[in-house]
Design a protein around this ligand. Sequence first.
Ligand code: IDP
Ligand code: MG
Length: 134
Amino acid sequence: MLTQQTYIMLKPDALKRQLLGEIITRIEKKGYQIVQAKLIQLNAPLIAEHYAHLLDQTFYPKLETYLLSGPVFAMIVVGPDAIQGMRNMMGPTNVFEATPGTIRGDYATDVTYNLIHGSDSVENAAIEIERFFG
Ligand code: IDP
Ligand code: MG
C-alpha cells in the first residue's frame, strides 16, 4: 500500500442535493485525509480540458451543461491506495452497475448526474491536482 493523493470533485448535483456533508463524512470515516478543498465554479475551457477524453461523445454537451450548472467542491484526498480506494467508494461510471454501499450506488440514478469525480490513475491524479490546485 502506497500513500497516494487523488483529485476528488463533488459535482453540482451533490451540492444542490445537499449531499456534501454525507459524502465528505464517508471519505473521512474511511480514514482518508482531506488536505486541500475549495468551492469553485468551472468554466467551459476547464471542463473541456478535464474531460478531453469525452469531447467527441454525443453526451458531451449534456455533461458540459451539468458541470456549468453550479459550483463544484474540489478536494485533494490522501491515504493508502487512495486512488483506487476512492474509485471503489464511488462505484462504477455506469450508475446502474453501482452497488449499494457505494456513493453512486446509494445516491445516484443517472449516468450523467453521478455526484462525484475521482482520478483514475497515478498519472491522472497528478495532472488533475495540478489542474485544480497548482
Ligand atoms: P468517471 O467519472 O467514472 O471517471 P468518465 O468515463 O471519466 O467516468 O466520464 C466522466 C463523466 O461523464 C461521468 O462521471 C458522467 O458524469 C459522464 N458520463 C460518462 N459516460 C456517460 C454516458 O455514457 N452517458 C452520459 N454521461 C456519461
Ligand atoms: Mg473519469
